[in-house]
Ligand binder design. Structure first.
Ligand SMILES: [Zn+2]
Length: 525
């Protein structure tokens, strides 16, 4: 005690004369009017673990966040939309319920995420209960400037259920940030998302108009404003032109890293699945009201160690995933093929035009068939990975690509029904009911469908292989395909489908029981 008392004045003196600014007592610092705020940006993250090329992994991002925060407590981790769907884990069941993004919210909570903006994939689960559960479980703030919850005629903000009652998801956010020398600023964050693929339980408004409106309200209440968006890049660039005072727009939806400077505005997107993250350092001078942004694209790979708490959460979900996959007959890490060209499985490709992945799947379906079908169709909505696959493809990648699985059936159908199906597929461009076609082509000049290069004959009977899902009649605009085999043999409940041949579940050699086994077998050859 006595020694401590005697030492005390000496310590104070030492601190006072120290050259190291960290040891300076805050009392000696003077508000310099300049503040630095750091943003750790992710966007479009579907996987919690590293990918097969060992890039990504949210436990590594958690380590980055910790080290950035140790250097500057004014560090915010943000995610610019698309994270609760799609993923392999999300499609699996745990404790009797579909997981549906629970693994992601739990991981992001552990990582210490601060803010997100809704992305279009947050509305993937048509059962609103899943999205509500994810909102309730989350510890981070969901910003939504242009989408609200719609039930019947009632439109209201999305919300979290909290012990004290409902907590609204804000249209925008105001955060007071203070640094070590006492410089204090009010930061306004606006957040909007793309309105494609609209869902009936969401009321959308135009994202650019909403952003402009929000900006006007924020400008009166805050020192500086930034954007967190989930838009296609052309719209982000329009936003940057419309609102030149924003120093930074952190975006998503595009899956490749990109950065643009429009005037004084930086518009940036990192790579999907946290293969990279952006670290933005925003410096703001209160006196001149000038903001500048330094942006660094950081690769997330094995050079960054895992943060233990986040890694623990991820390990728990990986264990659940491995058990579920192996019980369905998949060996997650087993190599299927080495791709010689990247395979574009993004929705912006598979739902809009005929692409190589559709060719692979339909060829595989034809190869696994037993009754020599003439052609194959698959709904693009069954391809859910929304990513570009490259390099070594594992069984896990095939499950990522086709997470719902399900069998395939060979049917004999009237040409008139085939024509109706193909026409509906074309009408469905942009949604999951758009069809990828095998041995079928649309002849633009003659305006006819070609089956093996011959014009479709409505009166003929065609042998077609398709996913069982299409025979449920639940695909968009394809209720007319609903069919089930008639009891006790030939024929079906659909007058235009004369026969249905499916796998016998007890015959393990019949791969038709799961489209993923069909594709794995085909790509392995
Ligand atoms: Zn998106």
């Amino acid at each position: 005690m006595k020694i401590a008392q005697r030492l005390f004045p000496l310590l104070v003196l030492l601190a006072f004369f120290s050259c190291d600014p960290i040891k300076k007592s805050t009392a000696t610092l003077k508000d310099d009017g300049i503040i630095e705020i750091v943003f750790l940006q992710m966007n479009d993250v579907y996987e919690i673990s590293p990918l097969s090329d060992n890039s990504g992994g949210l436990a590594r991002v958690a380590t980055l966040r910790k080290s950035l925060q140790a250097k500057n407590p004014n560090t915010f981790a943000v995610l610019a939309g698309d994270f609760i769907s799609p993923s392999v884990i999300g499609t699996l069941k745990y404790e009797g319920k579909r997981i549906r993004g629970k693994q992601m919210v739990e991981t992001l909570n552990a990582l210490g995420l601060d803010w997100v903006v809704f992305g279009n994939h947050e509305f993937d689960y048509d059962d609103l209960g899943d999205l509500q559960a994810r909102l309730d479980e989350s510890n981070f703030t969901w910003i939504s400037g242009n989408a609200q919850l719609k039930s019947g005629d009632l439109v209201r903000p999305f919300f979290k259920n909290r012990p004290g009652g409902e907590e609204k998801c804000p249209e925008d956010l105001i955060v007071e940030v203070k640094d070590a020398d006492g410089t204090t600023v009010k930061l306004g964050i606006l957040g909007v998302l793309i309105t494609s693929g609209q869902k009936p339980f969401v009321a959308y408004s135009d994202p650019l108009e909403a952003a402009q409106k929000t900006y006007k309200s924020l400008a009166g209440k805050t020192d500086l404003q930034i954007g967190l968006t989930h838009l296609a890049m052309p719209d982000d660039l329009k936003l940057a032109e419309m609102l030149p005072a924003l120093p930074l727009i952190m975006g998503g939806h595009d899956h490749d890293n990109m950065i643009h400077r429009i005037g004084n505005t930086t518009v940036a997107k990192a790579d999907a699945n946290a293969k990279t993250v952006y670290i933005h350092t925003l410096q703001y001078d209160k006196k001149s009201k000038k903001a500048s942004v330094r942006s660094e694209l950081r690769k997330v790979n094995g050079d960054i160690p895992d943060e233990p708490a986040t890694a623990g959460v991820i390990a728990k979900w990986e264990k659940i995933k491995s058990a579920a996959l192996s019980s369905s007959g998949f060996d997650a890490g087993k190599k299927v093929a080495d791709l010689n060209a990247p395979l574009d499985c993004r929705e912006s490709a598979v739902r809009h035009r005929q692409v190589p992945v559709g060719q692979y799947i339909t060829d595989a379906m034809l190869a696994a068939s037993r009754n020599k079908p003439e052609c194959a169709i698959v709904n693009s909505g069954s391809i859910r990975v929304d990513d570009i696959l490259s390099g070594v493809i594992t069984e896990l990648d095939i499950v990522r690509m086709l997470p719902f699985g399900g069998g395939i059936s060979e049917v004999e159908m009237k040409g008139s029904l085939l024509q109706r199906t193909l026409d509906a597929g074309l009408q469905n461009e942009g949604n999951g009911g758009y069809l990828q076609l095998g041995h079928i082509a649309w002849d633009l000049s003659q305006k006819v469908w070609l089956i093996n290069k011959t014009p479709l004959d409505k009166a003929k009977i065609y042998r077609v292989v398709l996913p069982d899902f299409l025979l449920t009649g639940n695909e968009t605009n394809m209720d007319f395909l609903k069919a089930a085999p008639k009891e006790g043999g030939k024929g079906s409940t659909n007058p235009d489908i004369l026969n249905i041949s499916s796998a016998n579940p007890s015959d393990k050699s019949d791969l038709r029981r799961d489209i993923r086994l069909v594709l794995i077998q085909f790509m392995r050859k």
